[in-house]
Design a protein around this ligand. Structure first.
Ligand code: M6R
Length: 366
């Protein structure tokens, strides 16, 4: 059942090239230069006339939602807010029939997300679901939606569910961006070309496992870790920290890199490992200067960089290379090393990787 892997989590990490390909299937027709998603096409007017999109979710799905915010605003120029379902449902939110609520949930059974959907519906919003489990409560409760087609995810720590959620969000953002003219034809075309490479690139990236394992051995006894990223990779930093917390029980926090100076930098000393996403586009120079600030305070830097990088390599204690792609698509790649890292650290610490203490796969009570 674990397909020769020691744990479901490792199996599911390795399933990502296939899972992302399955998410594409029938939707991304790169040769024809189109994205086909009937759930969007049938409701295109609603999406194009919406005042804003509100994304509600919990945990890892909320992190995917944050990536969605960057994608939708950048590619389709539609204002997006992302909210924890648990906060949204109880704060008397202002919602109208000009709002679209997108609920993201792997299980489709998360109590708070389900309640947020019911509230949004009662206020007249159009509610779109992004779920993995077919026929789940959230899939049934939403007006329309798209399945991620990641296949069953057994490990409590979400891996392939996250990357396939981001894949669906990217497809929707591209489709809307093309439909409302925010994306030029050649830009759209280029994105499809780059998207198509992602499953192969993830596969290639999974070969760094041994390298990540060595890094894991160096930092497995850390008591605290920081994860930093900017832009599209800020949510990846949050997700990296969550992954480490939930299965290795090491305290970790994710931050936008520039927030360091507003407090967390006080934590840095020679015992603090800091995982930084420093891919070559986006805010590269800014991240490099954030790395220098950390280095001058003796923090240990483990940087995720684009292959061929030389600048960060000189400053960082360790680097993990990812293949080159468009900045907006990097979360699909930068996430992978953090999944592997958490996995190896948890195994080295003898933790129950697939069923961490105190956690359930789906949180059906609030
Ligand atoms: O099934 P859902 O996506 O609605 O679940 C939401 C969270 O409970 C879930 O993502 C949780 O944070 C995972 N254990 C993270 O790995």
């Amino acid at each position: 059942e674990k397909g020769g892997y020691e744990h479901f989590m490792l199996k599911e990490i390795h399933e990502q090239p296939k899972a992302i390909t399955d998410t594409f299937r029938g939707r991304m027709l790169a040769e024809d230069n189109i994205i086909k998603m009937s759930s969007i096409e049938l409701n295109l007017d609603k999406f194009l006339n919406a005042n804003r999109i509100i994304i509600v979710a919990c945990g890892t799905s909320w992190h995917a939602g944050l990536v969605g915010e960057y994608l939708f605003e950048d590619m389709a120029r539609i204002p997006v807010e992302v909210e924890y379902a648990s906060e949204f449902r109880y704060r008397n939110p202002i919602i109208t029939n000009k709002d679209i609520v997108i609920a993201i949930s792997q299980s489709g059974e998360t109590a708070d997300t389900l309640a947020a959907i019911k509230l949004a519906k009662s206020k007249g919003a159009f509610v779109y679901g992004i779920c993995n489990v077919v026929g789940s409560s959230i899939a049934r409760e939403t007006h329309a939606g798209a399945y991620t087609h990641a296949g069953p995810e057994i490990g409590v720590a979400s891996t392939k569910a996250f990357t396939t959620q981001i894949t669906v969000l990217t497809l929707i953002a591209l489709k809307l961006g093309k439909a409302n003219g925010s994306l030029a034809d050649h830009t759209f075309k280029n994105y499809l070309k780059k998207m198509q490479l992602i499953p192969k690139q993830v596969e290639e990236l999974l070969n760094i496992d041994e390298h990540v394992k060595q890094i894991s051995a160096v930092y497995k006894d850390a008591k605290n870790c920081l994860y930093l990223g900017r832009g599209f990779n800020f949510p990846v930093a949050l997700e990296g920290a969550l992954k480490l917390k939930e299965i290795s029980y090491i305290h970790a926090e994710g931050y936008p890199a520039a927030e360091m100076k507003h407090g967390p930098i006080a934590l840095i000393d020679e015992n603090m490992p800091i995982f930084v996403i420093a891919t070559n586009r986006g805010h590269y120079e800014k991240v490099v200067s954030n790395i220098q600030e950390i280095k001058s305070r003796a923090g240990k830097i483990i940087a995720v960089v684009t292959e061929g990088d030389t600048t960060v390599k000189e400053i960082a204690d360790h680097v993990i290379e990812i293949p080159d792609t468009e900045e907006a698509l990097t979360p699909l790649l930068t996430t992978i090393p953090f999944q592997l890292l958490s996995y190896h650290i948890a195994v080295m610490l003898n933790k129950n990787v697939d069923q961490p203490r105190n956690l359930a796969k789906s949180v059906t009570v609030e």
